[in-house]
Design a protein around this ligand. Structure first.
Ligand code: SF4
Ligand code: SF4
Ligand code: SF4
Length: 330
């Protein structure tokens, strides 16, 4: 029975306006095979539920240190906080149970298809009046392909619009199961050079690019939006931007290339997970930074729209869209 199938969900965000058409319910899946240095949702990478620590809530009572069965917890040298040795932690969640101050918590929740659909259908009225629907995000939904497919089938039966944010590192068989069930997809293309892709994301881009090109042959018409999260000194070279633009032009159903300026919104999550954030020295980028980097594309008569963080700067029919300094510094 598909309705009793269980998936691991990071969180559900309601009435989102930035993840597809209209008002949307965004379901974040747990699990991702990539390790992008700039990832702003590191809590989505582990496919399983995992413990995290909120330092500001901790009263240093020591209960979790005493009860951890693996000796993974200890007081810091100056007794100002609790440290966790991730190599010893097996996510048994004893510390969560014994902490009376909710300083130890869990990222991730197991839900059945039926439970998740009940949550999604609560907002049907908003989907109806705004042309919205559901967006599956992550992590990477291909880490839970069976569960994602079951949700998409349920949405189709309930006439709920479907969209997904995808990383595309999976088998071609999985691509064939999921892509035709999506009305819209946002796909990350992070770096065109494979060596650099391996260096900054931990994985090769070969399968990802092959899968995107394959998806282009089986997807709904004009359903592909490509996103490039732009990070200074990582993938903001003219060469990479041009190669990405050229690749998008090979996709018959690509309607948009959107550049997303690097931000540091996820930094505190690395602290909660007691993991190192390796881009700590990198400054966030503004739309203006990105515009200066990508504006050389505007005269190339590319066959898709170009945006910077939702701001349209080029349209294949209208041409270059004038933008103000104010819009670029927002
Ligand atoms: S693919 Fe997305 S979720 Fe996965 S590590 Fe990269 S940025 Fe994070
Ligand atoms: S049980 Fe909670 S409050 Fe006590 S030391 Fe552990 S995290 Fe801090
Ligand atoms: S979840 Fe990890 S840190 Fe917490 S009690 Fe279990 S092993 Fe120890």
């Amino acid at each position: 029975m598909k309705s009793s199938m269980t998936g691991t969900i990071l969180r559900i965000e309601k009435i989102s306006l930035n993840d597809g058409n209209g008002m949307r319910t965004v379901v974040f899946f747990k699990g991702c095979p990539c390790r992008c240095a700039w990832c702003s949702t590191p809590e989505s990478q582990n496919p399983d539920r995992e413990v995290y620590f909120m330092k500001q809530r901790c009263r240093l009572c020591g209960a979790c240190v005493a009860k951890c069965p693996n000796g993974a917890l200890s007081f810091s040298e100056d007794n100002s906080t609790i440290k966790r040795d991730a190599s010893l932690c097996d996510n048994c969640f004893t510390c969560v149970d014994v902490c009376n101050y909710r300083a130890q918590n869990i990222y991730g929740k197991d839900m059945t298809v039926a439970q998740l659909m009940k949550e999604i259908e609560k907002d049907s009225i908003f989907y109806f009046y705004s042309n919205g629907g559901v967006t599956l995000s992550g992590g990477d939904i291909f880490c839970q392909t069976d569960f994602a497919e079951a949700i998409l089938e349920e949405c189709e039966d309930s006439f709920i619009d479907t969209c997904a944010e995808l990383d595309m590192l999976t088998s071609q068989e999985n691509v064939a199961r999921i892509i035709p069930k999506l009305n819209t997809m946002y796909i990350d293309v992070k770096l065109m050079d494979d060596e650099l892709h391996r260096q900054w994301t931990g994985v090769s881009n070969k399968t990802i690019l092959e899968n995107i090109s394959y998806a282009d042959t089986i997807c709904k018409k004009n359903s592909i939006h490509i996103r490039l999260p732009l990070v200074e000194g990582v993938n903001d070279s003219r060469e990479n931007i041009q190669a990405t633009a050229d690749y998008c032009a090979t996709l018959a159903n690509c309607v948009e290339l959107e550049f997303l300026p690097y931000h540091r919104l996820g930094v505190h999550t690395y602290e909660q997970l007691q993991r190192e954030y390796t881009l700590a020295d990198r400054e966030p980028m503004t739309r203006k930074h990105v515009y200066d980097k990508v504006s050389f594309l505007l005269e190339q008569k590319l066959p898709y729209q170009i945006r910077i963080s939702s701001l349209e700067i080029y349209d294949p029919v209208k041409g270059v869209i004038p933008v103000t300094e104010e819009q670029l510094t927002e």
